[in-house]
Design a protein around this ligand. Structure first.
Ligand code: RP5
Length: 161
């Protein structure tokens, strides 16, 4: 059975970043699949994934890539499902290249672009959960509880080291 969230990434080297999204989804008991789908190295796989996404029952796609990061935008061109883009941090340009590649989509094909790196990937998981929670009251409650726990973990006063 197809889970609601597809996590796709351009390379195995992106997984340590995208795993942050997976861990959030695990914590919120949201099902996902993780796949390597490269815009440049496996374009046919990208096409097939995008073409079949709706019919397979996916509801949200998280797409992470680094450098010339065309994966999220190309996926948005192939499916009407919401695509959440995660710019992976790169060595050469620190992920600014990834961010610019993902965020500057032309009118008509949006990608919801997160922050660079691990925080962006975690937020992609939360964004996907928030979208799914619109039609899933039990998930909405779990997401509210997750947010309350985060707030409760923040001390009111700073501590000395
Ligand atoms: C992109 O190229 C991937 O998303 C990755 O972030 C970057 C480098 O890939 P590898 O050379 O590590 O496979 O397509």
């Amino acid at each position: 059975m197809t889970p609601p969230v597809g996590i796709i990434m351009g390379s195995q080297s992106d997984w340590p970043t995208l795993r942050e999204a997976a861990e959030i989804l695990d914590a919120l008991q949201v099902g996902y699949e993780a796949r390597i789908v490269s815009a440049h190295r496996t374009p046919d796989r990208l096409w097939d994934y995008g073409r079949g996404a709706v019919d397979r029952g996916l509801q949200v796609i998280i797409a992470g890539a680094g450098g010339a990061a065309h994966l999220p935008g190309m996926m948005a061109s192939k499916t009407r499902l919401p695509v959440i883009g995660v710019p992976v941090q790169t060595r050469a340009l620190s992920g600014v290249d990834s961010l610019y590649s993902i965020v500057q989509m032309p009118k008509g094909f949006p990608v919801a672009t997160m922050a660079i790196g691990a925080a962006g990937a975690a937020n992609a998981g939360l964004m996907a959960a928030g979208i799914l929670a619109l039609g899933d009251p039990a998930l909405a409650e779990r997401l509210d509880a997750w947010r309350r726990a985060l707030s409760d973990s923040i001390p009111e006063e700073p501590q000395d080291d």
